[in-house]
Ligand binder design. Structure first.
Ligand code: SF4
Ligand code: SF4
Length: 295
């Protein structure tokens, strides 16, 4: 069974439309019915997918990390673990035979575990959040989750969310937006990286920096312009100078009514919207052309 093609939608500036376009393309692929497709929403703070689609819960589970736990009977208070811990999570007072591990500070890096030569540190599972798997259509799944621990666990949360199994053709990932480590993790290991840019939010200095970072991580981004009727000549020159391909230009979608009027298709993707259908159709053709499925 070939690996799914991983297509990631990423907005360097929150609110530029990556959610909108990824959910829209997900719906488009689902309607075509020639492949099964899954949507992975990496926004662990405000997961959107289940509020945008009329989905039903199929499965859920915990996202965990392995936390250290000290066995005081084995410990000889040598302090090696406390010295190894870069986060000052272990406190030792040999005078009163005291050792304690502060789980609020612990980042589950396992440096202490690897240091202790007296087998006094073991592991236990520590919950950092939940994942949920939803069925949307027969051929379409949605994965999302909520982080319920400190932000420094976000990378491991995203890794586990993205590793939830799916064996269909297209895996669409909604990256965490902005320019954090979480955002970089959510675009890691993608086959096609689509950067969604709203011309109204473009700033050359900021985007130069982002592009350098993406290239340093071996990403060649393709661009979709959202709200393309906003004219920004600086952006057009920047795209040209950096040799970036515009895959699609999406006009602003104005809708009568609201999301609740059409639960089957969310407010911003009315079924059969000619402009969007044309954009998704050309995006689909591009994706089919550049992905070679082994075997
Ligand atoms: S390294 Fe092991 S034995 Fe030494 S203080 Fe830490 S837990 Fe105790
Ligand atoms: S796992 Fe890492 S952060 Fe946690 S106590 Fe051990 S060394 Fe410190």
């Amino acid at each position: 069974m070939p690996e799914p093609v991983n297509i990631t939608f990423y907005s360097p500036v929150p609110g530029s439309g990556a959610n909108f376009l990824s959910v829209g393309f997900f719906q488009y692929l689902t309607r075509r019915q020639d492949h099964s497709v899954a949507l992975y929403d990496c926004d662990y703070q405000y997961p959107l997918a289940d509020s945008l689609l009329k989905v039903w819960l199929k499965e859920e589970g915990k996202v965990t990390v392995r936390l250290p736990v000290i066995n005081r009977n084995q410990c000889i208070l040598c302090k090696a673990c406390a010295r190894a811990c870069a986060f000052h999570a272990i406190r030792i007072e040999p005078a009163i035979s005291y050792i304690t591990l502060d789980e609020e500070r612990c980042r589950a890096c396992h440096a202490c575990l690897n240091t202790c030569r007296y087998d006094a540190i073991r592991e236990k599972p520590g919950e950092i959040g939940q994942w949920r798997k939803y069925q949307w259509k027969e051929n379409a799944l949605v994965f999302e989750g909520t982080l319920q621990a400190e932000e420094f666990f976000a990378i491991r949360f995203i890794q586990q969310l993205k590793a939830l199994p799916f064996s269909g053709r297209y895996k669409l990932v909604v990256a965490y937006s902005g320019m954090s480590y979480s955002a970089l993790e959510s675009i890691h290991n993608t086959d096609i990286l689509i950067v969604v840019i709203d011309p109204a939010f473009f700033d050359t200095r900021y985007f130069d920096w982002i592009l350098r970072l993406l290239k340093k991580n071996d990403h060649h981004p393709y661009v979709i312009l959202n709200r393309c009727e906003v004219v920004n000549n600086e952006l057009i020159s920047w795209l040209f100078n950096n040799n970036l391909d515009i895959l699609a230009e999406i006009p602003e979608v104005r809708l009568p009514g609201g999301m609740e009027q059409n639960a089957e298709y969310p407010a911003f993707l009315p079924d059969g919207h000619i402009g969007l259908e044309a954009c998704f159709s050309s995006l689909y053709q591009f994706v089919e052309k550049v992905t070679i499925i082994p075997g």
